[in-house]
Design a protein around this ligand. Structure first.
Ligand SMILES: Nc1ncnc2c1ncn2[C@@H]1O[C@H](COP(=O)(O)OP(=O)(O)OP(=O)(O)O)[C@@H](O)[C@H]1O
Ligand SMILES: [Mg+2]
Length: 253
């Protein structure tokens, strides 16, 4: 589904992502872990088109996507959430999800102004679909609240609902558990599995190792922009280089 081949980006003298190569297969939950500043978010920025590669390639569904504008990449079926929550805080929870859906909307501006029957039908369908996603993420009772009234953990779930509204084939989650309490993390683990069971492939950046080890099929480990491991969760946990670069004292079970 997604193949990075020697993907590299330099910011001035710093190589933030350094010749990274891996393939994510359809239906996988693929983890990307590593210490602060390792290049995980930058990797997401490359895949989603926020940054352009210095060298190398990124292919999605057999098409080169590096160099495409972010909206083109979104249209091709990739959606993401943000490490720094990126919601419209004064808009309602439902409106935030609708914004994510917009990319799939067919009606043009004229139709939106004159409200043709087709446009009204489409709007009703969008409303239903977005409410379904809010239910899926456990936020249906909050649909009409301003996004800023949600707890931190709820805002992270709303980010996921919004990303899913574009009906992506590949979903990039950047630290979805950050700021969540342990109950929320358990719920999130289940939600991530359910998203995969809907047929969506997931790339997951996360520092909560308990969560990562529970949900991922494969993990790559970055350190100073370089890939130091690509393996199953079990093997990554026991990899001496990974332990010394990142895991240190181990994972609290
Ligand atoms: N736009 C940018 N311009 C210059 N340097 C950048 C830019 N974006 C990221 N960097 C640098 O690239 C490196 C990787 O940063 P990145 O945010 O990808 O790390 P990360 O693995 O996501 O870390 P964290 O776990 O803290 O989120 C860091 O040294 C960072 O300062
Ligand atoms: Mg990051």
């Amino acid at each position: 589904m997604l193949t990075l081949d020697q993907a590299t980006i330099q910011f001035g003298g710093l190589t933030a992502v350094d010749h990274v190569s891996f393939t994510v297969e359809k239906g996988q939950i693929f983890g990307v872990i590593g210490p602060n500043g390792a290049g995980k978010t930058t990797l997401f920025n490359l895949v989603s088109g926020v940054h352009k590669l210095t060298s190398g390639s990124i292919r999605f569904l057999d098409k080169e996507i590096s160099g495409l504008e972010p909206y083109r990449i979104a249209e091709s079926g990739i959606a993401r959430t943000y490490q720094n929550i990126n919601l419209f805080s004064n808009l309602s929870v439902l409106e935030n999800v609708k914004i994510g859906r917009h990319i799939q909307s067919r009606s043009g501006l004229a139709a939106a102004i004159f409200r043709t029957p087709a446009q009204r039908r489409e709007e009703a369908a969008i409303q239903d679909k977005c409410m379904e996603l809010l239910t899926f993420m456990g936020l249906e009772s909050k649909a009409d609240l301003p996004a800023k009234n949600l707890s931190y953990g709820e805002q992270r779930r709303l980010e996921i609902a919004r990303a899913m509204a574009s009906e992506p084939q590949l979903l990039l989650l950047d630290e979805p558990a950050a700021g969540m309490n342990s109950t929320e993390k358990v719920e999130l683990t289940e939600m991530i599995r359910n998203i995969r069971n809907m047929g969506i492939t997931i790339l997951l950046v996360e520092h909560d190792m308990k969560l990562v080890m529970k949900v991922t099929d494969l993990i790559t480990v970055l350190n100073f922009g370089k890939m130091i491991a690509l393996d199953t969760p079990q093997k990554v946990q026991n990899n001496p280089e990974v332990i010394s670069a990142y895991l240190g004292g181990g994972i609290d079970a």
